[in-house]
Design a protein around this ligand. Sequence first.
Ligand code: 13P
Ligand code: ZN
Length: 273
Amino acid sequence: MKFLDAEFVKGFIRMANDGWEQGWHERNGGNLSYRVKKEEVESVKENFKPLEWKPIGTSVPALAGEYFLVTGSGKFFRNTIIDPEDSMAMIELDEKGENYRIVWGLVNGGRPTSELPSHLMNHEVKFKINPKYRVIYHAHTTNIIALTFVLPLTDEVFTRELWEMATECPVVFPDGVGVVPWMVPGGRDIAVATSELMKKYDLAVWAHHGMFAAGEDFDITFGLMHTAEKSAEILVKVLSMRPDKLQTITVQNFKDLARDFNVTLPERFLYEK
Ligand code: 13P
Ligand code: ZN
């Protein structure tokens, strides 16, 4: 099969374009990765032209031998739909999970996203908890970023505030949201901090930078990012109108919702204000 005819490749490109249309990917902002299924690898293998092995910059032994579709470093999400061969790559990890090689894409040179350590460490954490997780998505979500300048940078405050601004939020991300303080992007340190949070959450905010989301497929992961960012947008609008809320969803409301929707909401997010 031609590489670009594969459904998983089409799904990846559609998600990148959807993110661009949301306004979350100025210039080369954001990155996306997908852990490719064995049968999907087989279906496109005839197109592979392996390049040399290069270090990942961290080690992910649980992902040894896995293949990933990733966006390229410095590449624009805006261009993914019109020039996928230039904008993205399929990579293979070695038998130790320490090196990668490009097997398809980035035809005009370049390397996978500079956030590859964060993506792969998040994938590894999620894979160990639930091997159905396949997508890691980093976006420069405007309203979440704005909130990192005015809310305390704690998991408790971000989770509770996002839950409060849209009734569906506690159902969509009942485990909550983690917050990484400002750190230099692109390296192993921020990857370690983010992957620690991914042990508990599917969403991690990067202060003054953006957000990471993890999920089983493109729809779930995009939908998670979209839901959290929309909730942040509502909070930004409310705070722009007045500094306090006249009424909101109460702790008892959250408990009623949890019962009827059959989700468990951790007590530490249900504090009285
Ligand atoms: P890349 O272009 O290397 O993916 O970097 C974009 C980004 O958002 C860094 O955090
Ligand atoms: Zn970024």
